[in-house]
Design a protein around this ligand. Structure first.
Ligand code: GDP
Ligand code: IMO
Ligand code: MG
Length: 435
């Protein structure tokens, strides 16, 4: 399988990094294709916990070339903080390459992000305030400054100054912020000099790597329902995490991709505002947050908890051509008396056959649940599918049958090796949509 995409099938934080870390063993390149330092990707190795925002999660392996591809927006301050932190911990970042086409984030992007959120009053999106939306807006507006621009330092400094002056004027006009233009030019020309050695034509690098027989792993950040086009707009991010975005964001073609792994938790979480049909706002939700440690990797915000939603997951299968699922955090249910799986949505007497295309509909749906017994024992040490309690196996079977593609990897703990490969009987006819 030369090219694999890993994509979040929910609203983010599904445990993508842990799955990427696991798959990195057999891949030569690990490539971020969209988003920026709004991501928080956690890998736990023994007592060490790595929380990566920009650098691909494959960095922890010496054999991996980590790539920040053209679709990513790069905050140089975060990038170098991350590099320095990793190198202090003995992880070399020398192999990292950054696309010349990746757009750079500047302080005015963060200022506009904060201004937009403040202006929304009660209608806040709850962004990470990292400047992601404004940076992508500049890209679309064709006024962005790209990583390749750092290769001509004098022209880069002029561009930064020109933009900073314009942005300063605009920010002052709405009383949003004031920029210290000289300080920004100084700081960013220094950062640019440091970025220059990492900058490459990553499209050629990736295609050459494929031609040389390397396997590539494309690391989605955010998730399907935060996708700018297909998510719960406007409560979304400003990029396309869905698998199609992996092509645009890397320069690989659709026919280059062989395997697309969707990641879901055994339940659902979301950070920030927006509709959430299976949300648990009661004490059980608090328990889920406590046991699952559902606090943002980047912002520390409490994540909103809820039951797993197979209507969403079926839509994620469609939107991404998912070939398989990795289901994480099954162990979080170890002490639950019962667990629920949302199998459909109802509005009044009508059961919806498709995922609602309008937010107003999504806000009104009533989830239809199948309730299953819990297993009341620890899954932490289980590594063979047959050793899973019958109730846990039943949960996996119900989810697989509902979403129609196989679950291949099951997470039973936060640590790197806390997973098992799930296999189901081949004569099981419940799996209708397997490809
Ligand atoms: P990502 O953004 O999708 O990479 O996910 P995050 O790193 O933001 O959040 C996932 C959290 O769940 C991290 O703290 C992981 O260490 C943890 N995690 C991942 N898989 C499992 C699992 O199977 N069980 C448990 N208990 N924790 C997990
Ligand atoms: P990973 O890769 C969860 C959410 C924010 C907000 C919305 C828009 O760790 O899964 P933005 O700053 O992107 O403009 O915010 O998207 N969001 C995430 N939620 N996981 C993430 O990344 C997220 N990245 C952005 O909370 O609701
Ligand atoms: Mg995360």
């Amino acid at each position: 399988m030369p090219v694999t995409v890993v994509v979040g099938a929910q609203w983010g934080d599904e445990g993508k990094a842990k799955v990427i870390d696991l798959l990195s063993k057999e891949h030569g390149y690990v490539v971020r294709y969209q988003g920026g330092h709004n991501a928080g990707h956690t890998v736990v190795v023994g007592d060490e916990r790595y929380a990566l925002q920009l650098i691909p999660s494959g960095i922890l392996y010496d054999h991996v070339v980590p790539v920040i591809a053209n679709g990513v927006v790069v905050d140089m301050i975060t990038l170098f903080t991350e590099i320095d932190t990793l190198e202090k911990r003995g992880i070399s970042c020398e192999r990292l390459i950054v696309s010349s086409h990746a757009h750079l984030i500047f302080p005015w992007h963060q200022a506009w992000d904060a201004f937009a959120e403040t202006s929304r009053g009660d209608e806040k999106i709850g962004t990470t305030l990292k400047g992601i939306g404004p940076a992508y807006a500049d890209k679309s507006n064709r006024i962005g400054i790209r990583a390749g621009d750092v290769l001509d330092p004098a022209a880069f400094a002029t561009k930064v100054r020109e933009r900073a002056v314009i942005e300063d004027r605009a920010l002052r006009a709405v009383d949003a912020a004031e920029l210290d233009v000289d300080a920004i030019v100084d700081q960013f020309t220094t950062l640019a000099a440091r970025l220059a050695p990492y900058v490459r034509d990553t499209v050629s690098a990736l295609h050459d790597a494929l031609a040389e027989g390397h396997q590539l792993l494309l690391e989605g950040a955010q998730a399907t329902f935060l996708d700018l086009d297909h998510g719960t707009y406007p409560f979304v991010t400003s990029s396309n995490p869905t698998a199609g975005g992996a092509c645009v964001g890397t320069g690989l073609g659709p026919r280059d991709i062989d395997r697309i792994v969707g990641i879901t938790k055994a339940y659902t979480t979301r950070v920030g505002a927006g509709p959430f049909p299976t949300e648990l706002t009661d004490a059980l939700g608090d328990t889920l947050v406590d046991i699952g440690r559902e606090f943002g990797t980047v912002t520390g915000r409490r994540r909103r908890p809820g039951w797993i939603d197979c209507v969403m997951l079926r839509q994620a299968v469609r939107l991404n051509s998912l070939s398989e699922i990795a289901l994480t955090k099954l162990d979080v249910f170890d002490t639950f008396a019962e667990v629920k799986v949302c199998t459909g949505y109802r509005i009044g007497d009508t059961v919806l056959s498709n995922y609602p295309d309008r937010m107003s509909l999504l806000a009104d749906v009533e989830p239809i649940y199948t309730t299953l017994p819990g297993w009341n024992r620890s899954l932490a040490d289980i590594r063979e599918p047959g050793d899973l309690p019958a109730e846990a196996q039943e949960f996996l079977r119900v989810v697989e049958a509902e979403i129609g593609i196989p679950i291949r990897i099951v997470g039973v703990g936060a640590e790197r090796d806390d997973y098992l490969l799930w296999e189901r009987p081949t004569d099981d006819a419940t799996l209708v949509g397997s490809r």
